[in-house]
Write a protein that binds this ligand. Structure first.
Ligand code: FAD
Length: 308
């Protein structure tokens, strides 16, 4: 049976949960759909130190708090893997999941981003057997082991520091000769005896014994040499890509797939909003996703009110 709502929020990360909080508190009938557990990328984050109100909080704990807050005014959280959105002649939006259909006046897209893959030999084959994109999920498997972190931005260094606490040692392989991560994280990483750095180098293959990862092939761009470095695990943090393939028909993204919006978070289609990491924006963080969510939650109230 088709389900009817004022607003359907697609994605229950920090952006979607905040939008649902604002829209349901304004008395709209709201559904939040997610194909996984609520919390989005916060579930893949160890300690968060830059979300105001908490000096430090583990990602999954913040996810739990946001979920409780988001559902206290009646927003309904439901499982749903969204495969498409269509707009009919009356301007109603039809959201199709792999087992359901929802009809709604407005949609807030909050599907975030996913880790970018390196696309190198061994990455796919050893995924879950030594290759990971989530230190907080998999770090504990590497107690008394050596791991490699690929990347040099905030996520790589934050999660590298977490892994340095859990494992025996972390090798960071970065293609430049300096990190991109913020200064505070860099200082902590350079002061940490369990972290080593391999500069101007790229991981070009992940090697193993068929069962698990045993090493990485590292290409040094300065010397033009490739060597194999033993490692028990590889954690990859080389950026993110938007989760927008299912909205292609709407024509609301830039060439790279990030959704374009105005200041009210509205796309070029009236009643379709986008918030958080999935938007084309400068800073992809929990604070900015939450800010976008508040704006869209309020804007959607005005949109629905003028239809009635
Ligand atoms: P997301 O958190 O990405 O949530 C999107 C949700 O949409 C997911 O739950 C997903 O399952 C769902 N979804 C996707 N596609 C579909 C579909 N087709 N159907 C249904 N549901 C779908 N930020 C900070 O502020 N501080 C930090 O310390 C920090 N550390 C980080 C560490 C790591 C390792 C990573 C990866 C990110 C970190 N970030 C940090 C960034 C922060 O997590 C993101 O900016 C934030 O989670 C974005 O929120 P969002 O709501 O836009 O999307």
């Amino acid at each position: 049976m088709t389900k009817q709502y004022d607003v359907v929020v697609i994605g229950a990360g920090p952006g979607g949960l905040t939008a649902a909080l604002y829209a349901s508190r304004a008395n709209l009938k709201v559904a939040i759909l997610d194909r996984g557990i609520y919390g989005g990328q916060m579930n893949n984050t160890a300690e968060i130190e830059n979300y105001p109100g908490f000096e430090g909080i583990m990602g999954p704990d913040l996810a739990e708090k946001m979920y409780r807050s988001a559902t206290q005014f009646g927003a309904e959280y439901q499982y749903g893997n969204v495969v498409g959105v269509e707009v009919d002649a009356q301007g109603l939006k039809h959201i199709v999941t792999d087992n359901d259909e929802f009809v709604t006046a407005a949609v807030i897209i909050a599907t975030g981003s996913q880790p970018r893959k390196l696309g190198i030999p061994g990455e796919e084959a050893y995924s879950g057997r030594g290759v990971s994109y989530c230190a907080v999920c998999d770090g504990a498997f590497y107690r008394q082991k050596q791991v490699t972190v690929v990347g040099g931005g905030n996520s790589a260094i934050e999660e590298g520091l977490y892994l340095a606490n859990v494992t025996d040692g972390v090798q960071v392989v970065h293609r430049r000769d300096q990190l991109r991560a913020e200064q505070l994280l860099q200082e902590r990483a350079f002061d940490n005896e369990r972290m080593r750095f391999t500069w101007h180098s790229q991981v070009t293959a992940i090697v193993g014994d068929e069962r698990k990862v045993t090493g990485v092939q590292v290409y040094d761009r300065q010397t033009d040499q490739t060597r194999t470095v033993p490692t028990d695990g590889v954690f990859i943090y080389v950026g993110a890509e938007p989760m927008t393939a299912m909205f292609k028909n709407l024509n609301i993204t830039d060439d790279a797939g990030w959704i374009l919006t105005d200041e009210q978070m509205q796309t070029t289609i009236p009643g379709i909003y986008a918030i958080g990491d999935v938007r084309q924006k400068q800073l992809r963080q929990i604070t900015t996703a939450v800010g976008d969510g508040g704006i869209a939650g309020q804007a959607v109230f005005n949109y629905v009110a003028q239809l009635k």
